[in-house]
Design a protein around this ligand. Structure first.
Ligand SMILES: C[S@@+](CC[C@H](N)C(=O)[O-])C[C@H]1O[C@@H](n2cnc3c(N)ncnc32)[C@H](O)[C@@H]1O
Length: 401
């Protein structure tokens, strides 16, 4: 047992938790970190316990702000930073709901494990002994059955009938890792170790390349929370839905999954035609773009693509309201020369302006100045520099709803 592990065990005991509450109260009352740390040392707490306590107290303060449902849990700041978004964890856990046994590998302090355990018992494996202690405590707090084990995700052998979920680290020494083979542990090694279980899910950074050969044979899901793309996952075996190769999901709400829309695609055809600008532009949701579902979405609303390499769509009639895209009406179209645009803006009311780029390499700041420095901000017009099949066009657009 290392000293940090001993400190973690102390922290989740009665006196540690009392000290934690006191610490959180002091921080909430505006005491600075240094003051709290000095106070803890003065009470006779050794350096290891004092720094762990402060770390966990600061993580709890962050949770009070971002995820108030989770303030009963114990995380360090780094474990919290690496933890899945709670709504995403709840959503992902559904794919393990019907399995007879669930394993969570690279479990951290347990966001995903806790979500999985709501569907039944979980075996959680984590390489960091402090996080194993925190995870076991978090399971007790929630009254969930989790067998938290210290171990190596590549060495353990879950039974073949299990649903296995893994969430490899994306940070090493502060750097964000993107290539799937550089995650810790590497995704290809997780697949060779566990690819034969009945049902496998691996949480991944959303910046991944969909054509990465590591992903072949699975369903790659891109997940948004509200308008923001936050996660991706690879699903294999029974966890893959209906032969899909990609899917997109939009979650909203907090705590457990409140509201969800999701859709997938099974074929590789990406054949939406490219055509001239019509009366509206339609911007698909980021998850739909990343899953390359925008071709199918475009077909459904009778849209064309504006350019071969972009997901921006154009259509004549206003499509029905949908979480899958936002439509904006084109008020005016110009060649990429600021003078005429500036004159147009002067002739019209002074709604705030936002400059947006679509496949055009330009500096929005210098464009804004060349447009006469109009008022800036959301809720008004967009000046959109758009790469089209016939060259760059500048559109002035307004939201449709
Ligand atoms: C992204 S975090 C997991 C976060 C967790 N899913 C959550 O939502 O709270 C990745 C974890 O993998 C652990 N890890 C890295 N390599 C490992 C390995 N070979 N075996 C087990 N755990 C490992 C790290 O210590 C880290 O806690």
């Amino acid at each position: 047992v290392t000293s940090t592990e001993r400190d973690a065990r102390w922290l989740v005991g009665t006196s540690g938790l009392d000290a934690l509450e006191a610490c959180v109260r002091l921080l909430a009352a505006g005491r600075d970190e240094l003051g709290v740390a000095t106070g803890l040392r003065r009470q006779g707490l050794d350096a290891g316990r004092a720094s762990l306590l402060l770390d966990v107290a600061l993580a709890r303060r962050r949770m009070q702000k971002d995820h108030p449902h989770d303030v009963d849990l114990v995380f360090t700041r780094s474990a919290l930073e690496q933890a899945s978004h709670p709504v995403v964890a709840a959503w992902r856990a559904r794919r393990g709901a019907t399995a007879t046994e669930r394993w969570d590998l690279c479990a951290g302090a347990g966001r995903d494990a806790l979500a999985l355990a709501r569907h039944g018992r979980v075996v959680a494996v984590e390489a960091d002994p402090v996080r194993v202690v925190l995870l076991a405590h978090n399971a007790r707090v929630r009254g969930l059955e989790i067998d938290a084990r210290l171990g190596d995700a590549l060495q353990v052998r879950p039974p073949s009938h299990a649903h296995v979920h893994a969430d490899p680290s994306r940070r090493e020494g502060g750097r964000r890792l993107r290539a799937l083979s550089t995650l810790v542990p590497p995704v290809d090694r997780l697949i060779s170790a566990h690819g034969t279980v009945r049902s496998l899910g691996i949480a991944l950074p959303p910046a991944l390349a969909l054509d990465d050969p590591i992903l072949v044979g699975g369903e790659v899901e891109f997940v948004q929370v509200g308008g923001r793309l936050v996660e991706a996952a690879l699903w294999l075996g029974d966890a893959r839905h209906g032969g899909r190769i990609a899917s997109a999901t939009i979650l909203s709400g907090s705590g457990d999954v409140a509201d969800v829309v999701t859709r997938g695609r099974t074929d590789r055809t990406e054949s939406l035609e490219v055509g001239a600008l019509a009366g509206l532009i339609v911007e698909p949701a980021p998850a739909a773009i990343r899953a390359r579902i925008h071709h199918e979405l475009g077909r459904e609303i009778g849209a064309r693509r504006v350019d071969e390499r972009r997901a921006l769509l154009t259509v004549d009639t206003l499509p029905p309201a949908s979480p899958w895209y936002r439509a904006r009406r084109i008020e005016a179209t110009f060649p990429p020369r600021p003078k005429a645009i500036r004159a147009w803006l002067r002739r019209h009311d002074d709604l705030p302006v936002e400059i947006r780029l679509h496949g055009v390499d330009a500096d929005p700041e210098s464009w804004w100045r060349r447009l006469g420095s109009p008022p800036r901000g959301p809720g008004g017009r967009h000046v959109e520099l758009v790469r089209t099949s016939t060259g760059v066009r500048v559109l002035i657009t307004v939201p449709t709803a």
